[in-house]
Structures are given as structure tokens and as C-alpha cells.
Design a protein around this ligand. Structure first.
Ligand code: NAP
Length: 250
């Protein structure tokens, strides 16, 4: 689909499930054409069908760094432009620090951080030529305070927050805004895996969340849409929690 109208075009990595899907729903509901990226074709196809005519998908593993320039070229050739990039794809590993192997650590960093760097760099080259665009990264409460058993994940998400600020100072003078959403504990497959068999951890999460519950994926979708919209035209380089107060809870 070549973009004949002035409709904005967004890419969302990990857009077929959880937070990525909720962001896609919000974008599509607001007339943004949304391209979902992920590894599982069946999930992507289902998600795209549910979202309707304003969405499509590309099967792509973000850890295939060498293929990222080609991916970005393909999107621009097929769809005409990229206005919004949401770096949402991510994986977690819950394990005691001393048991995490170097390979496991590297794999989390590759997926959650290096891929965000490479994809943002390639998309930014295009956005710079266009002198406009916006990038939204997704971090975590693991980069707001210490959480046990998520060493590699914490390192990756803390890196994302630093990169958000570094990208913002370099790119904002050229009309490109970069922001980061730090979700608290939101009900998705990922949080279910981390919390459902660990009542102590779940109680800890809820007890330090002033609003006393997990968030809904749409809570993150709402902020992502705001940050991507012109309503946020003077906002760049920020990290905004969507967490029911979890990051400031006692
Ligand atoms: P999720 O439901 O497990 O979704 C993760 C998505 O990432 C999936 O769609 C998956 O699609 C995609 N993905 C994973 N590895 C990929 C790869 N190598 N290449 C392309 N796509 C890949 O998790 P979620 O809870 O929605 O999390 C989304 C983001 O929010 C993550 O970055 C996570 O760290 C962050 N976050 C979540 C929470 C929470 O409470 N849920 C809190 C803080 C931060 P495929 O399997 O098809 O590849």
C-alpha cells in the first residue's frame, strides 16, 4: 500500500501482542496506518486482521541486525514513509544474577537494546532526510529501581532510557522527537510469566502500586498515541512512567 493520503505511517516492533498490540489499536483507531513487526507470522496475521485495513505486518526478527537497513528500505518503498517508530519488542529472563550465562545476557541485550539502536539509526537516517518523525522507546520499572532476578533485562532497559536522551539531543534539532514510556506492571503474557507463579513477587508489586492493580495495555497505548501526536510537539527526551504510581510507591 503506497501512502497516497497524508495519513501517518507507523512501525511497531512486537506489535502483535500485549503492549504493542494495544498501541497498534490506538494508532489505527486514530487513522494511523500501522505496520506490525514480529517473528511469529500466525500471531501477526491474526493481529493485523483484527486491526483491519489500516494495518499490515512484516515477519522480521529484530536480532537480524544485518537485515535492518533492508527492512527500513522495504517499508519506505512499499508504504512511502515512516512517521512513527515504536521500539516495543522485548524479552525477559527471570533468573538469579549469578546463574545468568554470558550468552543469555548477550541475547537479552541484543533483542532489547542493540536492535533498538540499529533500527532507530536506520529509521533516523530516513527521518533526518524528511526533517520530521518521532520515535517511542519502551523501558520498564527495572530501570527506575532495583528488581531482583532480572539483571540482563534491567541492563537493557536502563540502556534504552540513556539512548532516549542521547538520541533526543542529537535528533531533536532536526524535527525528530524521541521519548520513552516506562510501563509499570501491565497485564500481558510477559507479566503473567513473571508474576503468576510467584505470589510473593505479585504481592510486592501490588503493595507498592498506590493504585493497587496491574495496568491495562491500553493505558500504554493512550500515552504512545499522545507522544506520537502533534499534541506532544514540544516533548522530547522524556521517560514517562505509566505505572499506577508504582515507581514512587512506598
Ligand atoms: P509480550 O506480549 O511478550 O510481547 C513481546 C512482543 O515482542 C511480541 O509481540 C514478540 O513477537 C515481540 N518480539 C520478541 N522478540 C522479538 C524479536 N527478536 N524480533 C521481533 N519481535 C520480537 O510482552 P509485553 O508485555 O507486551 O511487552 C512489550 C514491551 O513492553 C517489552 O519491551 C517489555 O519489556 C515492555 N514492558 C512490559 C511490561 C509489562 O508489565 N507487560 C512492563 C514494562 C515493560 P514474536 O514472538 O512474534 O516475535
Amino acid at each position: 500500500m503506497k501512502n497516497q493520503s497524508k495519513r501517518k505511517i507507523a512501525i511497531i516492533t512486537g506489535g502483535s501482542s500485549g503492549l504493542g498490540y494495544a498501541i497498534a489499536e490506538k494508532f489505527v483507531a486514530n487513522e494511523i496506518y500501522t505496520i506490525l513487526i514480529g517473528r511469529n507470522e500466525k500471531n501477526l496475521k491474526n493481529a493485523s486482521e483484527n486491526l483491519g485495513a489500516l494495518s499490515s505486518y512484516i515477519v522480521f526478527d529484530v536480532t537480524s541486525l544485518q537485515d535492518i537497513p533492508q527492512l527500513v528500505t522495504k517499508v519506505i518503498t512499499s508504504y512511502g514513509c515512516i512517521d512513527i517508530l515504536v521500539n516495543n519488542a522485548g524479552i525477559n529472563l527471570k533468573k538469579d544474577f549469578v546463574d545468568v550465562t554470558d550468552d543469555e545476557f548477550q541475547h537479552i541485550i541484543l533483542t532489547n537494546l542493540t536492535a533498538v539502536f540499529s533500527l532507530s539509526r536506520e529509521v533516523s537516517k530516513y527521518m533526518l532526510s524528511n526533517q520530521k518523525g518521532t520515535i517511542i522507546n519502551i523501558s520498564s520499572m527495572a530501570s527506575q529501581y532495583g528488581i531482583p532476578k532480572v539483571m540482563a533485562y534491567t541492563a537493557s532497559k536502563s540502556g534504552i532510557e540513556g539512548m532516549t536522551r542521547a538520541m533526543a539531543v542529537e535528533l531533536s534539532p532536526f524535527g525528530i522527537r524521541i521519548n520513552c514510556i516506562a510501563p509499570g506492571f501491565i497485564a500481558t503474557d510477559m507479566s503473567a510469566k513473571a508474576l503468576n507463579n510467584d505470589p510473593e513477587r505479585k504481592n510486592k508489586v501490588l503493595s507498592r502500586t498506590p493504585m493497587g492493580k496491574l495496568g491495562a495495555p491500553a493505558d500504554v497505548g493512550d500515552l504512545a498515541y499522545f507522544l506520537a501526536s502533534d499534541q506532544a510537539k514540544f516533548i522530547t527526551g522524556t521517560v514517562i512512567p505509566v505505572d499506577g504510581g508504582n515507581s514512587i510507591g512506598f
